[in-house]
Design a protein around this ligand. Sequence first.
Ligand code: BV8
Length: 251
Amino acid sequence: MQTLDLSDPQTRLIVLTGAGTSAESGIPTYRAMNGLWRTHSIQEVATAYGFLNDPALGWRFYSERRVDALAASPNAGHVALADIEERLGDRFLLVTQNIDGLHQRAGSRRVIELHGNLLHSRCTVCDRPPFADDRLYQELPLPLCEVCTDRAAPGMIRPAVVWFGEAIQGADMARVEKFMESAPRGHLVFLAAGTSGVVTPASAFVEDAKRLAAATWLVNLEPPENVGYFQNVLLGASGAIFPALFGVTPG
Ligand code: BV8
C-alpha cells in the first residue's frame, strides 16, 4: 500500500472530499441516494427556485438528511484526515463538498465546507449569520425567522447549504487558491477522494493544482469523470486507503 511522502517541511497537502468519504459512515452518496433524492430531481430539492417553489418538500428532504447525518459516526477515513492534519498543521487544508459535519466530528479543524453545513440554517431574507440548527421540519408550519420581525412577513428559514446555481462563498474560494499558490513550486500535493468530479467549481480544483505543478492523487471507488487529471489513482474505499496513505495507524 502506498504512503504519501510528506516528510519535506516545505510540502503542503490539500485534500478535497466528496460524498464517498462519508459512505462508510452509512450516509448515501448522491449517486446511491434513495428516498427523496432518487424520486425528485436536483432542480426540485437542491436549488433556491425549487425550495421556494415547494419549501415543504425541501424541508422534508433536508430533514431526512439531518436524521442520517446525526445518526452517523465518523469513519476511519475521517479520523485519518484529522490525524494527518494534527501532524502537518498549517501545511494541511481540507476542502469538503460534504455538508454532514463528519470531518469536524472526527477532529478536523482546518476545514472549508464549500457547500455549507446541513446542521445549520439561515434566513432567506435578512442577513443574520447562519446558525446551528439540528431541528427537523417534516410537518407544517415551516420555520420563519424570529429576527426579521420588522417586516410585513418574516423570512422563511432555509438550510445553510449552497444550492446549484448559487455562488460559493468568495472567501472560501480565495482561501483554497491562497493555500495552493503559497506552496513552493513542486511542493504541493493535491488529493481528491470520494467524489464523482462532476460539480464545479470543486471538480476544477485539480486543474488549478496541475497548473501549479502539484502531485495529483485520487482515492475513489471507481474512476470519476475527471480521472484523467490525476497522476496517481488508488481505487478503493477512503476508509481503507487513507490510514496507510497518510502513514497513520488506524484507530
Ligand atoms: C456555481 C449542497 C456559479 C446541497 C451541493 C447548468 C445549469 C446550472 C448550473 C450548472 C450547469 N452546469 C454547471 C453548473 C454549475 C453547477 C454544477 O456543477 N452542476 C453540475 C450538476 C453539472 N455548480 C453550481 O451550481 C455551484 N455554483 O457554479 O455558482 C455562480 C456564480 C455567481 C453567481 C451565481 C452562481 C454550486 C454547486 C453546489 C451544489 N450543492 N451540495 C446538497 O447537498 O443538498 S453539490 C452536491 O453534489 C455535493 O455537495 C457534491 O458536490 C455533489 C455530489 O458530488 P459528490 O460529492 O462527488 O458525490 P457523488 O455521489 O456524485 O460521488 C461519490 C463518489 O464517491 C463516486 O465516484 C463513488 O464511486 C465514490 N465512492 C463511494 N463510496 C466511496 C467512494 N470513494 C471512496 N471511498 C468510498 N467508500
